[in-house]
Structures are given as structure tokens and as C-alpha cells.
Design a protein around this ligand. Structure first.
Ligand code: ATP
Ligand code: MG
Length: 389
């Protein structure tokens, strides 16, 4: 299904092809559809969350060059909902004349978190102290240099803390390496950061160079997974300004086009360091759907098409609470009626047909007179929702 895209002269048909079919693709597709733009996704499963919101759901492996080439065929723009597609394969698509945004160049600098940290640090953007490692001896030396505890991280393919392991003592090194798939999977060492708060900023940068920066939010994690977001963060205006400047610098540094999430650690002395950057719409920006004039999803679509960016200002303080599964099961949601009965709580379910511990099944956003009040509302609504075994 193609629809006329109204903003071109003469009018023509626009299709955006998204690599990935999860909840981020779902919310991107809804934003595109509002603008009359057709979306196709390449997903690993036919029961992916984006399925019901897109014109076409192709099932295939984005690590396979032939599958990618076939999927790219009719796309005006190819974009991504994750950082897992190999930058070399994206470069191959570009060489064949396709527009990929964010570009392969950007993805090459961001998808390997060690390269990302080297890139940001070389640009003078403060990051947590890190060390590359290639052997057991280098790991032991690096661990001694940064001190215990420290965080051992996978360079690629990590999400929701799956690529991280906190190591408390030298005796735990072997187990940590094994848990993350072995040294050959590509690991690096990061000093433990004694932060007092975690912050995040969404930045949208258009292919025209126009930029839009969202408010600075506080993100709270449990077991390395985001549990809630408060918007705006309760920090000074100076710190807000600094976080926004650093986030924009980070996105400019990798020549990013689209919406990016930049995560920060705030230290006790007021210093900010970048934790990491995600080259895509981000969980800490879901609140923008309800709280901002133009959501992170719509601005991503606008950015990759070179359209004017929308206003990022907040209409109201807000909070978001993730709905994480506790157990393995069918994923059927329970307790929705009670949650929907809570005024000002907005329930989002991703329609996942399989639950596993810690899996993101949905989220609840609430608006309020303050972010804390909104968090109370969202938490009350989220509290009653669970996913069937
Ligand atoms: P996500 O996909 O949720 O963004 P991720 O898997 O990419 O997460 P990180 O952002 O690196 O992983 O880490 C997840 C969380 O683990 C952080 O938000 C923070 O709470 C904690 N963490 C990560 N690195 C460190 C560190 N060096 N010191 C202390 N805590 C850390
Ligand atoms: Mg993170």
C-alpha cells in the first residue's frame, strides 16, 4: 500500500523501510502514518509488534546481504529501530544508491560501543573511563587499573543491560567473561561510575542540518534496565543547558541524522559524563508522545525526510513507567481495566506474544502538575498490570 505524500511538488509516493519490527518501529510507523507515509519493516518474526501498524511486514535476517538488498528495493529512505545491523551492510546499500539514515558512517561510529566511546572521548566529550581489551592478561591489567567493582561490557549487540556485567573481584572475572559470551565476542572494561542520577536527552538532527533538542529527563534503572523516566529532571537550569549542549555535540560528532538518545551519569560534584548514545528513538523519549508538541518518533520521520522539525517543548511535566514481564509466558496482559480507569494514565502495550523475565511488554505514561506526581499516577496504573505465565 502506497499513499500520496502531500509535501512534495509534484506529489509522489513515499515509503520508509525500517530495519527491525519491535515497539520502536511500531511507534515510528504510527507517526509516519499520521503524515500519510507508508512504512515497511524487516523483522525477525511475523508476530512482531510493528506488524499491525505497517503496510508490509517482511520476515528475514538483516545480517544477510541478499535479504537486505531485496528489502531495500522500493524504499525512499531506509532507517533503523536498533543499532544491530552491520554498518558494512548498510554501506553496501548506500553504494547501491539507497538512502540510509542514520548513515553507515554514523552507525559505524556508534554501534560498537568501544568505538563510540573512543570517538566521543577524542572529541573532548567526557565519558566514563574505559579500556579496550583483547586478552585475559589485558583484562586483568585493565581491571586492576580501573579498580573493583567495574563494569565489563560487550562492544556490540547489548541492550537493556544484557551486554553488561558488574565485576566485584578478580575471582569473578572468568564468570563475567563467560556470561558475556567470551573474549572473542568483543568486550571492554569500564570504570564503575558512582553517579547520583542518570539523565537522558533526545536530540533530533535533520538531513538538512536543522536540530531539535528535547527536555533533559531523569531515567531510573533497576538491574541495568530502565524502570521509569521523569520529565523534566529535577536539575538546575545550568545543568540542563550543559546536558543539552553535550548531547547535541555528541550527535554532531557522529554526523547523526534522525532522533538519537544520549544517556548521562551525573556525579556528586555536578559533573556530567556521557554513558552512551543510541542512534535511534529511545525508551527515555517515549514520554514525548503525550508530553511534547512533536514526539521523538514524528521528529525522526521528519528528520530523515528533510522536513521541518516539530516543537520539542513539553506541554506538561510527565513520567513513564516500563511494563516489564516477570516470568516466561504467553504475554497476555492482565489488569488493563484497572489501569485504564486511572485518570491521566496512558497505557501502551506492544502486543508481544511471548513474555520472558525483564522483557519490555509496554509502558505507561502520565502527565501531572509535577514529574513526581506524574510518576505516582503512572506507577499506580503500571502496578496492576502483569503478563500471564
Ligand atoms: P539500555 O539498552 O537500557 O540503554 P544498555 O544495555 O545499553 O542499556 P548501559 O546503558 O551501558 O547498557 O547500562 C545500563 C545501566 O547500567 C546504566 O543505565 C547504569 O544504570 C548501569 N551502568 C552502566 N555502566 C555503568 C558504569 N560504568 N558504572 C555504574 N553503572 C553503570
Ligand atoms: Mg543505556
Amino acid at each position: 500500500m502506497h499513499r500520496v505524500f502531500i509535501n512534495t511538488d509534484p506529489p509522489r509516493y513515499i515509503t520508509i523501510s525500517i530495519l527491525g519490527g519491535g515497539q520502536l518501529a511500531l511507534m515510528l510507523a504510527r507517526a509516519a502514518s499520521q503524515l500519510g507515509i507508508s512504512v515497511r519493516v524487516l523483522a525477525s518474526s511475523s508476530v512482531c509488534p510493528a506488524k499491525h501498524a505497517v503496510a508490509e511486514c517482511c520476515v528475514g535476517d538483516w545480517a544477510d546481504p541478499e535479504t537486505l538488498r531485496a528489502f531495500a528495493q522500493d524504499a525512499d529512505v531506509i532507517t533503523l529501530e536498533n543499532e544491530f545491523v552491520d554498518a558494512n551492510l548498510l554501506a553496501d546499500l548506500e553504494q547501491r544508491g539507497h538512502t540510509v539514515l542514520p548513515s553507515s558512517k554514523t552507525m559505524r561510529l556508534v554501534q560498537d560501543k568501544l568505538v563510540q566511546k573512543q570517538t566521543l572521548s577524542q572529541a573532548g566529550i567526557p565519558v566514563v573511563e574505559f579500556q579496550a581489551i583483547a586478552s585475559t592478561q589485558e583484562l586483568t591489567d585493565a581491571a586492576r587499573a580501573v579498580g573493583y567493582p567495574f563494569v565489563l561490557k560487550r562492544r556490540t549487540l547489548g541492550y537493556d543491560g544484557t551486554g553488561n556485567c558488574t565485576v566485584n573481584a578478580e575471582a569473578d572475572l572468568d564468570a563475567a567473561v563467560k556470561k558475556l559470551g567470551g573474549l572473542t565476542s568483543g568486550l571492554y572494561v569500564e570504570k564503575w561510575c558512582p553517579f547520583v542520577m542518570e539523565l537522558a536527552v533526545m536530540v533530533t538532527r535533520s538531513s538538512t542540518g536543522e536540530t531539535a533538542i528535547y527536555p533533559v529527563v531523569e531515567s531510573r534503572q533497576e538491574n541495568h534496565v530502565c524502570s521509569s523516566v521523569l520529565a523534566p529532571a529535577a536539575i538546575s537550569s545550568e545543568l540542563t543547558k550543559l546536558a543539552k549542549q553535550m548531547a547535541l555535540r555528541a550527535v554532531n560528532e557522529v554526523d547523526g541524522v534522525g532522533t538519537f538518545g544520549v544517556e548521562f551519569f551525573l556525579l556528586k560534584d555536578g559533573t556530567l559524563v556521557v554513558n552512551e548514545m543510541a542512534p535511534r528513538v529511545h525508551n527515555s523519549g517515549h514520554y514525548t508522545l503525550e508530553a511534547c508538541d512533536c514526539s521523538q518518533f514524528e521528529n525522526h520521520i521528519r528528520a530523515i525526510l528533510g522536513l521541518p522539525l516539530g516543537n520539542t517543548e513539553m506541554r506538561s511535566p510527565a513520567a513513564m513507567v516500563n511494563l516489564l514481564a516477570n516470568t516466561t509466558g504467553s504475554g497476555a496482559p492482565c489488569g488493563i481495566g484497572e489501569a485504564l480507569a486511572i485518570p491521566r494514565a496512558r497505557v501502551h502495550l506492544y502486543g508481544k506474544l511471548r513474555a520472558s523475565p525483564g522483557r519490555k511488554m509496554g509502558h505507561v505514561t502520565a502527565l501531572g502538575d509535577s514529574a513526581e506526581e506524574a510518576l505516582h499516577t503512572a506507577t499506580s496504573a503500571a502496578h496492576g498490570i502483569h503478563f500471564k505465565e
